[in-house]
Design a protein. Structure first.
Length: 427
């Protein structure tokens, strides 16, 4: 009975949910007639492309009145309208709320971001982030009450350059993150139910400016796949001085990721829970500053992080903290002992069983390491290393990873399914 109720509730959640009272709905792509019909009751419109949809949303949010817009994007691939990227036009309204939601069926009757994905792809010579939030200067600085990006697959593999071994050539790939928040002023930023893939310069940094002391930044139920330094958690500070207004909390929960913790005064608290930290070259959680902020790091899964740099033990590079003249690797079991960690219990070290196929699986140097069947075979397969024996060279890293957006790389082992992203957590 309990399982049946869960299935019913999940089915209800997948229906196209109503906009909040007063929100204007802009539909993008898909069936034009059905999209126009879905937007009409709120006074909204259908747009053939995402750039046009964002223009319509910004126009609705102009002025000083309380306003909300939800941009609903149909399933399918969007390539930046031929330019390889998108830009959110100027919005300067502290009472405005904008939600960008992907994963709708072509007729906008249902939404399921992990089964009917909206995929933002790019072109070979990308000259900007996939999505840039406009930000002006002085009195024209862009301001909103809240911004939510929900249920979108961002994949920049097309704009990366790889060598003939399939390894990423980071220096000559497009030098941009996936999203640039561009110091926009907000009270709430939410990124949820998204996939970020193949980013050579990171997925995004939370570089925003807080509108009030109550500001929160939340990243939840998302997958960061094969992104170099995928997620930097920090806020904008002027010339190294923390602004008077401080972020209340920055949280990351139910994600597959690796994160870098920002300045200790960027937020009153950093909360990292229920995530999968798996096969990250530089370690799972990087704390580069001498003094950590207040941290909660609990109930996370760690496996194979810092695999080719610090150690061969499965959970030994859960955190990298400042050690004076070096970065010290901290095992998952030692997290409660790290300075300023308020709660570090419940973390585990088990392989998650994430199925990922590489574009080209090739052996590299097979002369220096004796093969042993162990837990790290799964990590070797993920990274593209010779499965029989061998090591991976410094230049042989981050080969492009392909996956079916309608079947995202989620934990498959029963003991690991409670960690990381899940379609059942979409809301």
């Amino acid at each position: 009975m309990a399982r049946s109720l869960l299935v019913i509730l999940f089915a209800i959640a997948c229906l196209a949910r109503p906009a909040f009272a007063g929100d204007v709905v802009i539909t993008v792509g898909g069936d034009q007639a059905k999209g126009a019909a879905a937007a009409a009751p709120s006074g909204g419109k259908w747009a053939p492309t995402l750039n046009k949809g964002l223009e319509l949303a910004a126009a609705e949010l102009e002025g000083n009145a309380e306003a909300g817009v939800v941009v609903r994007i149909a399933t399918g691939s969007h390539d930046g309208d031929g330019k390889g990227s998108y830009q959110l036009p100027a919005i300067n309204n502290v009472k405005a709320s904008l939600r960008i939601e992907g994963g709708y069926k072509e007729d906008f009757s249902r939404r399921d971001p992990f089964k009917t994905p909206t995929r933002i792809v790019t072109i070979v010579k990308r000259t900007a982030p996939l999505l840039t939030v406009h930000s002006g200067l002085g009195a024209n600085t862009d301001k909103m009450r809240s911004l939510t990006i929900d249920g979108v697959v961002f994949d920049v593999g097309n704009s990366n350059i790889y060598d003939n071994h399939g390894s990423l050539l980071q220096k000559i790939s497009a030098p941009y993150a996936i999203i640039d928040f561009n110091s926009v002023v907000l009270e709430s930023l939410v990124v949820q139910n998204c996939v970020f893939a193949n980013a050579p310069q990171g997925a995004f940094q939370t570089l925003v400016r807080p509108l009030t002391d109550a500001m929160e930044i939340r990243i939840r139920n998302s997958i960061f796949l094969n992104c170099v330094v995928p997620l930097r958690l920090d806020v904008v500070r002027a010339e190294g001085v923390v602004m008077k207004t401080n972020v209340q909390r920055i949280s990351v929960d139910h994600c597959s990721a690796a994160v870098e913790i920002g300045h200790r005064e960027a937020a009153k608290e950093f909360v990292i829970t229920n995530n999968v930290f798996y096969a990250s070259f530089g370690g799972a959680i990087l704390c580069p500053h001498k003094q950590n902020p207040k941290l909660t790091i609990k109930d996370n899964l760690f496996a194979g992080n810092g695999f080719y740099s610090a150690t061969t033990e499965m959970g030994a590079a859960a955190m990298l903290v400042d050690g004076g003249d070096h970065r010290e690797a901290i095992g998952a079991d030692k997290i409660p002992e790290v300075k300023n960690v308020q709660d570090g219990e419940g973390n585990v070290t088990i392989t998650p069983g994430i199925p990922i196929a590489l574009t080209e699986l090739k052996p590299f140097d097979a002369t220096k390491v004796k093969a042993e069947k162990s837990w790290d075979d799964e990590v070797k397969r993920l990274l593209g290393t010779n499965m029989k024996d061998g090591i991976i060279k410094v230049r042989d890293f981050a080969p492009r990873k392909e996956f079916d957006p309608a079947n995202p790389p989620l934990p498959t082992r029963p003991t690991a399914k409670r960690y990381g992203a899940s379609p059942e957590l979409v809301r």
